[in-house]
Write a protein of this length. Sequence first.
Length: 208
Amino acid sequence: MNDEANIQANKPDDLPVVGRRRGKPKGHPKPEGSGRKPGVPNRATRDVRAAAQKHSAKAIAALARQLADPDPKVVAIAAREILDRAHGRPMTPNELTGKDGAPLNPSSDLMGDTELARMLTFMVAKGAKDLVEGQAETERKRAVAVEADRHQAAREHHRDAIAVQANEAHPRAAYWATHTEERRGDNAPPPLSNVTELPVVRRTREHG
């Protein structure tokens, strides 16, 4: 008891009180639907834009007055700003560029003869490679189709050969197999006049 009392007595009064932090605990996911939606400007941007829009008419009027300035540079800048606001900024060739801002169709003036020859060689080689690969793929598909047709013809020939052998060996069985569809709706089988009778083997019991 005395030790605890001494600790409380010696504790300074200016220590900050540690409590629970406000807001979301660190590491926890945000609640669903919280935060700004994609494409929605923040409050500061929205307020500045709303305040600037109140002076749009005055700004256009000021630009219109600059059209009467004796300096042609001022007139050109004012005219460009007014036209941009009225019809939108025209698309410049620099907005359509190749890799890393390079021109989409570089001309020979922007590169040396070696670079131009290398580029043309690469384009021709790539086109030839694509053509050869396309022809090879077409030939492969054609060969697969021919092989499939050959296997199908072989299976049909094998099935027909088995049917012929079965007919020659067992004419009665072949007859019943041929007239299966005809017998489905009729209780009496068709006549067997055209079918060769199979030999009947009689077995006799041997008496001891």
